[in-house]
Design a protein around this ligand. Structure first.
Ligand code: MIC
Ligand code: SF4
Length: 641
């Protein structure tokens, strides 16, 4: 039987298990990446493993999230990451060099290779035919140490792209349409592949916009073929030697299929507060806009920025709108500066921000109270911008730039006539002077740990039975931003779990941290798709620190579930989702036979609110052992003994 692109790469990297849908497989990982908001934990865990030099072909540590440095904390984190990188064979991309996914695509990614990154948008690499996964920091640490990365064998989804995009319609509109069709839960346990004649009409950065936002589908990852377009991109980056062709076999089997007719597609927007709440821009109508933000790992390529510059050239941003621009990398910004496009952007009145995540993760530029902000980003979860009642719409760079001029949400086809044509450059300007190579003599490097860097919590071995209280009951689609908000005020504490713990679920139930402390922890109840969004393992480590022993919900998002297991928190799902309605905050809850049940893979008996019912603990053998030991690191230590 023929294979899909992803199956070919999976097979070439398979080191454990069998590729049977749902069964766990272990993969050899060629490359890793971290960013600073998850990196400190990943490197503390890597250090705890006692491995001297990374065993991957390439590992890169990026500084792109916490670049505000409003106190010593972030700068200390950067110093720690830089020194740990130098000592252990990891390349270090300094603050200012750009957003991890954009820079990795430009300078390191390679078709046919595997990549895991401690950031959920790592699948951006699928734009050049790389099999790239978002993962928790511990999984990245293990991969750096040469260990396999484990995932349940995914189902395969085909998205057929027909035809060619019309002027003013862009890659962002394609992925927004896929989100409309598949929803934010539609990709869980699946790899999404883009095929069809429409593919050849999309450049690598456009493909990367699409694979990037595959994270919002909940997909394991997304991937494009590696073809002549990929080759030209890599050659233009001076890296033609890493190109290999890759495509699916004609008789490859897919579990699901979707179609997007590119020539029929119109500009789309994801309305507040979910990326799948998608409607055509022309149907939403001319709502008043207060802010437009262009950038983020989804839409900050040279191509995107050149389009924006061409739209803004010679015009002025509407008096009521604040327009921010954050180019994705130093390469992009440098090229805009050299060819004059930066001047067109500045001249129109845009505010130029650093090449970093910035407003996407609430590091500044929070909108005004109740403000409407159009963003080219990938997430519009409530409160993520830093303003709880702001209304965030996710749109293409074209829609954002045109609306910044008109002051209202505007279908870009309607106002400016002909779309300026932007060509991919034959050569990108290459200057890697912000990427520090690992030290030639690792023993000479001293790892620097600032006072904000606190040890990470470790789980406790599972006991025969458990009893406690329900400390929180939540609804469907709880995001990791709900579990642990980010933003300018809290991101500085990513290396300080005890302090960060005071903000756990703060926007859902402000009493949660105090309640956990009072009860000595307990069990969290959730609805469907619990833990969607970011890969931040803090969303597991902090509840662990607060004594949470289990999360019992209707279903989990993939990365968060893996992070719970890694930290030794039981991921349980209601066998009968009707039981969800019968459990309430502060009910007594016990798992009278949990150790035996987890050991044998039986359903877990739950006694709560005077009723007895069953929950599933759907994990692999490997994960079972980790849960029994109280987390993956504990289990690894036991095995080492
Ligand atoms: C995000 O977009 O939410 C982040 C910030 O990049 C996260 C990682 C983090 O929380 O540090 C992600 O997507 O994984
Ligand atoms: Fe950074 Fe935003 Fe991309 Fe996350 S989604 S990596 S915060 S730019």
């Amino acid at each position: 039987m023929g294979m899909t692109i992803a199956q070919k790469i999976l097979k070439a990297h398979l080191v454990d298990g069998e590729m049977v849908v749902g069964q766990e497989i272990g993969l050899k990982i060629d490359q890793t990446l971290t960013q600073d908001a998850t990196g400190t934990m990943a490197y503390l865990q890597f250090e705890a493993m006692g491995v001297d030099q990374v065993k991957t072909e390439r590992s890169v540590a990026y500084i792109d999230h916490n670049t505000l440095q409003s106190g010593f904390e972030n700068a200390d984190d950067h110093k720690y990451i830089g020194s740990v990188a130098g000592k252990h064979g990891i390349y270090y991309s300094k603050a200012g060099n750009g957003i991890c996914h954009q820079v990795h695509l430009e300078r390191f990614g390679a078709p046919g290779k595997t990549l895991i990154g401690s950031d959920s948008h790592t699948p951006t690499g699928g734009g050049i035919g790389m099999l790239a996964f978002g993962a928790g920091g511990l999984d990245v640490a293990v991969a750096m140490g040469g260990g396999a990365y484990y995932i349940p064998t995914p189902k395969m989804v085909k998205v057929y792209l027909n035809g060619k995009l019309r002027p003013w319609v862009s890659a962002k509109d394609i992925i927004l349409d896929v989100l409309r069709q598949m929803t934010v839960k539609g990709g869980v346990g699946k790899i999404v592949e883009y095929v069809g004649e429409g593919v050849k009409n999309l450049s690598v950065p456009e493909r990367a916009t699409i694979t990037n936002m595959g994270a919002e589908l909940g997909a394991t990852t997304s991937i494009f073929p590696s073809d002549e377009v990929t080759k030209a991109f890599l050659e233009a980056q001076g890296r033609g030697d890493v190109w290999v062709p890759l495509s699916s076999d004609p008789d490859a089997q897919y579990d699901e299929e979707y179609t997007v007719d590119l020539d029929m597609l119109e500009p789309q927007a994801a309305k507040p507060h979910m990326p799948d709440n998608v409607q055509k821009v022309c149907e939403i109508g001319p709502i008043k806009v207060n802010q437009c933000c262009i950038g983020s790992c989804t839409n900050s390529s040279y191509l995107d920025m050149m389009k924006v510059a061409a739209i803004l050239k010679g015009k002025t941003v509407h008096p009521d709108v604040s327009l921010t621009i954050s180019p994705g990398s130093k390469q992009v910004l440098d090229m805009l500066a050299k060819n004059g496009a930066l001047s067109d952007i500045i001249g129109a009145g845009a505010r130029i921000l650093e090449c970093a995540c910035g407003p996407c993760i609430g590091m500044g530029q929070s909108p005004e109270s109740g403000g409407v902000s159009l963003r080219t980003f990938n997430r519009n979860f409530e409160g993520r911008s830093g303003t709880q009642d702001a209304k965030i719409y996710l749109v293409s760079p074209e829609t954002a730039a045109v609306s910044a001029l008109t002051g209202v949400l505007t279908d870009p086809r309607t106002s400016l006539g002909e779309m300026p044509e932007i060509k991919m450059p034959e050569h990108f300007d290459i200057n890697d002077n912000l990427i520090v190579k690992p030290a030639a003599d690792p023993s000479s490097v001293e790892v620097v740990r600032g006072p904000n860097i606190k040890p990470f919590p470790l789980g406790k071995a599972l006991e025969a039975s458990y009893s406690g209280k329900i400390v929180l009951k939540t609804e469907d689609n709880i995001t990791t931003d709900h579990i642990l908000p980010a933003g300018a005020k809290l991101l500085p504490y990513r290396s300080n779990v005890p302090h960060y713990a005071n903000y756990c679920f703060i926007n859902v139930d402000p009493e949660f941290p105090a309640r956990c402390k009072e009860q000595g922890g307990g069990v969290i109840i959730g609805g469907t798709n619990y833990g969607q969004g970011s890969s931040r393992e803090h969303a597991a480590l902090v509840p662990l620190y607060l004594g949470v022993k289990a999360v019992l919900c209707k279903s989990f998002a993939r990365i968060h579930k893996a992070n719970l297991v890694n930290s030794g928190i039981l991921p349980l799902t209601f066998a009968d989702s009707a039981d969800y309605d019968a459990v309430n905050l502060l009910d007594d809850i016990s798992l009278p036979n949990v150790l035996e049940e987890v050991k044998t893979g039986a359903q877990v008996t739950v006694v709560c609110g005077g009723r007895t019912f069953k929950a599933d603990c759907e994990v692999s053998e490997r994960q079972r052992n980790a849960l029994i030991a109280g987390g993956t690191l504990n289990f690894a230590k036991q095995q080492a003994r």
